[in-house]
Ligand binder design. Structure first.
Ligand SMILES: *Cc1c(COP(=O)(O)O)cnc(C)c1O
Length: 222
């Protein structure tokens, strides 16, 4: 297997300029993250609060940390002081809690609404209709310490590329709908987070501008 640095470079060369690469370092040691960091990489993603918080202590402070996993309300307070972007907002209650914790640490926390685009039952996320009603909800005006900056979705885990592309396309269409229709001051969509190691090429073809890639950089996880 090539070094982490080599893998990162190969990936970066294959991504469009405007696409942000989030290196998903979950389960991987701090040393692996430092290898990527030393080659100039700054955006990293983790899916568990406890793991994220313990890694942050051992790593440079200019890393942009992305919380990509399911986030429980009672854990928001641990990441509110430093998190760069929360990808998995999947309830309005969670958004209220993020706002509350953002207020306490005097930060405006950037969030993506997670949308359920896959046909699998187990994945979290809003429906298309729910997203449309959230971005029109007047209560958003009172949530001064959150900013909704886009959408995140995971496609069905299948080799059927037509299906995967179709799911990504629907997410992009919803993203564009919000960009054109939303009028809240704290809704400013510029981030479409879709694509992982197995499907990022399809995601980019469908308009992704943020990919979350783990195993293709750091190797397989146990
Ligand atoms: C683990 C994970 C990824 C990265 O998956 P790979 O297949 O290793 O690239 C991306 N997004 C989320 C939400 C994840 O949990």
């Amino acid at each position: 297997m090539n070094s982490i640095k080599d893998q990162l470079q190969v990936l970066k060369d294959s991504l469009p300029e405007a696409c942000t690469l989030v290196a998903v370092s979950k389960t991987k040691p701090v040393e692996d993250i430092l290898q990527a960091y030393d080659s100039g990489h700054r955006n990293f993603g983790e899916n568990k609060v406890q793991e994220l918080v313990s890694k942050v202590e051992h790593l440079p402070h200019d890393i942009k940390w992305h919380m990509i996993g399911h986030l429980q309300r009672n854990k928001v307070k641990y990441i509110a002081p430093f998190v760069h972007l929360i990808h998995g907002v999947d309830t309005f209650k969670l958004l209220r809690e993020i706002n509350k914790q953002g207020l306490k640490v005097n930060r405006t926390i950037h969030c993506l609404l997670q949308v359920h685009i896959a046909s699998e039952e187990t994945k979290f996320g809003f429906s298309e209709e729910e997203v449309k009603s959230i971005v029109a909800d007047r209560e958003l005006d009172s949530l001064t310490n959150v900013k909704l900056v886009g959408l995140m979705g995971m496609a069905t885990n299948t080799s059927d590329e037509t299906k995967v592309s179709g799911e990504f396309r629907k997410l992009r269409e919803l993203y564009e709908w919000v960009q054109n229709k939303a009028t809240h001051s704290n809704v400013a969509f510029d981030t479409l987070s879709m694509g992982m190691s197995g499907d990022y090429k399809l995601a980019i073809k469908e308009g992704s501008n943020m990919v979350r890639i783990g195993s293709s950089i750091f190797g397989y996880r146990n």
